[in-house]
Design a protein around this ligand. Structure first.
Ligand SMILES: C[S@@+](CC[C@H](N)C(=O)[O-])C[C@H]1O[C@@H](n2cnc3c(N)ncnc32)[C@H](O)[C@@H]1O
Length: 358
């Protein structure tokens, strides 16, 4: 495998730094008063028990619920941003890669992501995020189409539902073309690349714009046989992979980014340029009889976040590709509790678009 560029910086929570003296939480503190401190921007240190932090976060929720109306979309945004501001002032100390308070969870990311820092502070909500990400990484996720579990790296997208992966697997089973090379755009935790290898592709050239995806895959593969089959590049769309291939696969973000909302997550939301650029570049990198596979969903349409489908648009207006196959699969209904508020979930379907040169 190619060596990865030195400048590949992992995304991780920023250390908490302040010039202020930090008040310590103690069990005799008046919770409401502590929230007042947070409101004027004074941080509070959780130092005795981990659960003190949970108590304080609950108190913040309670306080904001009584203070802010939380009905309209705008009000919910305000609520969330206030919660984010206050809760991120609740901090916890990390010494020798361990959380200082008693009964704290063990989080391996503290050592992996901050090898050089021995004594620092992090906001409590970030610790919660690191903790759940560590559990996913450690225990792994069973994926119906893969023999081995997936171990998603911190800050990397991973699938939580699998219908789209089953669609792709069924299509791969029937695929009869050559299997020398393929390209996986936006590798994430690697699931599509692993499916390609499972179905006999000799090489997968993969990319991602998220450094954690690349770092995570590199660590996961080590120098096993897999690392010679899946090659990685940290880059936009096709990155440095120029050579045409017989199969290109892309599971892009499924929702359009909207300008008024802070939707920065590149695994979930796509900007105006992503699809036009993708199709333009894909045209150059698909062999004459190659297949371009895009995994998508009707999520944007049924939640009214978009009234067009970027792939259907490309086929109708792009003049570059034509449709070879279109497969869909209903997504299993959510549990009763969530279904009540989300009627559209009943109509959710994943889509597999297979395109070839027009
Ligand atoms: C929906 S996730 C899919 C991940 C993985 N392929 C899977 O199926 O589970 C989309 C991935 O594409 C990556 N991505 C988004 N925009 C990209 C771009 N312009 N170039 C390369 N990768 C991109 C994201 O970081 C994310 O890992």
């Amino acid at each position: 495998m190619d060596t990865l560029p030195m400048e590949l910086q992992v995304n991780k929570p920023t250390l908490f730094k302040t010039d202020k003296t930090i008040e310590k939480f103690n069990r005799n503190s008046d919770l409401a008063q502590l929230v007042e401190e947070l409101e004027v921007g004074n941080p509070i240190l959780i130092s005795t028990y981990f659960s003190d932090g949970l108590l304080l976060l609950e108190e913040i929720q309670h306080h904001l619920k009584s203070k802010l109306p939380n009905k309209t979309f705008q009000e919910q945004r305000k609520f969330r941003s206030e919660y984010r501001r206050l809760s991120n002032l609740v901090v916890i100390q990390v010494v020798n890669h361990k959380l200082v308070p008693k009964k704290s969870p063990t989080i391996g990311w503290l050592e992996k992501l901050y090898p050089e820092n021995n004594d620092f502070l992090l906001p409590f909500p970030q610790i919660q995020g690191l903790n759940s990400a560590w559990q996913w990484f450690l225990n792994g996720i069973s994926i119906p189409v893969l023999r081995n579990k997936l171990h998603p790296y911190y800050g990397t997208y991973f699938p939580t539902r699998f219908e789209h992966l089953i669609l792709f697997d069924n299509w791969l089973k029937r695929y009869e073309g050559p299997k020398k090379t393929s390209i996986d755009v936006g590798v994430g935790s690697g699931v599509l690349s692993l499916q390609l290898v499972k179905h006999g592709f000799q090489k997968v050239f993969a990319t991602d714009t998220n450094p954690n995806a690349i770092i995570g895959m590199k660590e996961f593969m080590g120098d096993t046989k897999l690392s010679r089959k899946i090659e990685l590049d940290f880059g936009h769309l096709f990155g440095k992979w120029e050579k045409p291939s017989e199969l290109i696969v892309f599971n892009p973000p499924w929702l359009p980014a909207s300008h008024e909302l802070d939707r920065k997550d590149e695994a979930i939301y796509y900007g105006d340029k992503l699809f036009p650029e993708f199709f333009e570049e894909a045209k150059k990198r698909l062999l004459p009889d190659g297949k371009l596979v895009i995994i998508f969903s009707n999520l944007a349409q049924i939640t009214q976040s978009a009234d067009n489908n970027p792939i259907a648009d490309e086929i109708a207006n792009g003049g570059r590709f034509k449709l070879d196959k279109y497969l869909t699969k209903k997504v299993a209904a959510a549990s009763d509790k969530t279904k009540r508020d989300q009627h559209w979930r009943d109509k959710e379907e994943v889509e597999l678009w297979v395109l070839c040169h027009a």
